[in-house]
Design a binder for this molecule. Sequence first.
Ligand code: PGA
Length: 254
Amino acid sequence: MRKKFVAGNWKMNKNVAEAAELMKEIKENLEKEVSEKVETVICPPYLSLHTASEIFAGSNIGYGAQNMHYKDNGAFTGEISGKMLKDAGCRYVILGHSERRQYFNETNHLINLKVIKALESGLFPVLCVGETLEQREEEIHKKIADEQVTLCLKGVSEGDIAKIIIAYEPVWAIGTGKTASTEQAEEMHSEIRNSIGNLYNISTAGNIRILYGGSVNETNAKELFSIPDIDGGLIGGASLKAASFIKIIESALQ
Ligand code: PGA
């Protein structure tokens, strides 16, 4: 059975002291029994990764980064490599978030290079895919998600695909307070799972975890997480408050 997975994407929020405070609050209030059953991950800004390594040492809470470069090192001012993230104790890295695609012009090809390098660096990529509002209105949302999955996973071996977590995040639902309806989420998650089946095989498709992201909160999480093809969530805004985030994690308990 696929273990549920809930990750908090803090985006560009919290300085080091604030991050430490929130991490401690989450760690102290999340019951061990819950974090044993639901894989819990925090993705703070880079500057707070070291703090995460200290605070979460010996706990079940994992941490990761929100982005990385596709080279190991070199003259890439302002960038951070997968190797550096691994060295900082990260287990995960979010790749292809729609905000990276939208504001930093990340293409499927670039994201693919990052996915390959993340795997090579020993990280578990959380690969984000999802359509914009215009694409949904044009009714090409399924095609877009298939294309993103196919292009971003190009060259990923059958052995490595097990390390990938996919997050379906409709762009129109991110930070807008609008969530996909149960039917919309169900349709897209099964579409993505089928894509994986076509690219790899049925058993790989059955094992890969597909998260939902986009305005998940403590009120709607339980319903979303009860959809058979939804294996947890990638949480933005609601992960910035310990009580809300913990309630969302608890909603993932079967
Ligand atoms: P949101 O963000 O929960 O604030 O909508 C989700 C995300 O961007 O991963």
